[in-house]
Design a protein around this ligand. Structure first.
Ligand code: ADP
Ligand code: MG
Length: 250
């Protein structure tokens, strides 16, 4: 699905990503781990078009997508989740979901989906889609809650839900578990697995919780100091001496 070849991202003289090459296989839930400052988020941001690369190449299903802006990638089904923006916190959970196709993909897709001049029907279709998403994520009871009132974990579920309002192919999740309690982390994990199995989503997941990574991800890619250090199954990775050293060395 995604191939990253010899990617560099420099900030001044600092090489945050220093010649990383990774592949994310179609249908996989690929884990990305590594010590703080390893360059994981920077790699995500380059793939997702948030930051331009210094050099290197990113392809999606063989097509060169290097440096394409986020909205173009969105149309191709490549999504990186973002925190619920402050200005949407007073809107309800359902309304936040209904914003996604209009807010992120613009007029063209909107019209293609619903035809012109059928505003009421569009609203109804969007609301129905939003309710289906909330049901899938088992947070339908939160539909009318203001997004700002959600817990950290519920917000993460809403972020995941936003990827379901469109036809996502590959979704990048940066630290899904940060600040989330165990129960909600399991709910998030279940949602990821179901999206993968039932809807064919490919995932690339950055997460520090090794239980979570071990349960969900195959393969797991380890980054350190901007480079790919190892790749393999979670249990193999954790026995790898270079990996152990990278974690202990920081
Ligand atoms: P990770 O997500 O693996 O913890 P990051 O990709 O966030 O690591 O950061 C990798 C390194 O790049 C860090 O040392 C960080 O300080 C640096 N860095 C990240 N973004 C910037 C930036 N915009 N300007 C300068 N340095 C940055
Ligand atoms: Mg990070």
């Amino acid at each position: 699905m995604i191939r990253v070849e010899n990617l560099h991202k420099h900030f001044g003289g600092f090489h945050a990503v220093d010649g990383a090459s990774i592949e994310i296989a179609t249908g996989s839930i690929t884990g990305l781990i590594g010590p703080n400052g390893a360059g994981k988020s920077t790699l995500f941001n380059v793939i997702a078009g948030v930051l331009p690369p210094t050099s290197g190449k990113v392809t999606m299903a063989g097509e060169d997508i290097t440096g394409l802006p986020p909205h173009d990638l969105f149309h191709k089904g490549l999504l990186r989740t973002f925190q619920i923006a402050h200005e949407f916190s007073s809107m309800t959970v359902r309304e936040n979901l209904m914003m996604v196709p209009a807010g992120q993909s613009g007029e063209t897709l909107w019209n293609a989906w619903f035809g012109r001049g059928r505003v009421a029907d569009e609203e109804k279709a969007l609301a129905a889609k939003a309710d289906e998403v909330l049901d899938f994520l088992t947070i339908d009871h939160l539909a009318d809650e203001r997004a700002g009132n959600l817990s950290g974990g519920q917000k993460k579920l809403l972020e995941l839900g936003r990827t379901m309002m469109v036809d996502a192919k590959v979704v990048f999740l940066d630290e899904v578990g940060a600040g989330v309690n165990r129960t909600l982390l399991n709910t998030i994990g279940d949602a990821i697995v179901r999206l993968n199995r039932e809807r064919g989503y490919t995932f690339c997941v950055i997460e520090h919780d090794m239980d979570f990574i071990g349960r969900l991800c195959d393969p797991v890619i380890v980054m350190a100091e901007g480079k790919v250090l190892a790749q393999g199954k979670a249990d193999e990775i954790m026995q790898n001496e270079a990996v152990i050293e990278a974690y202990l060395g920081t």
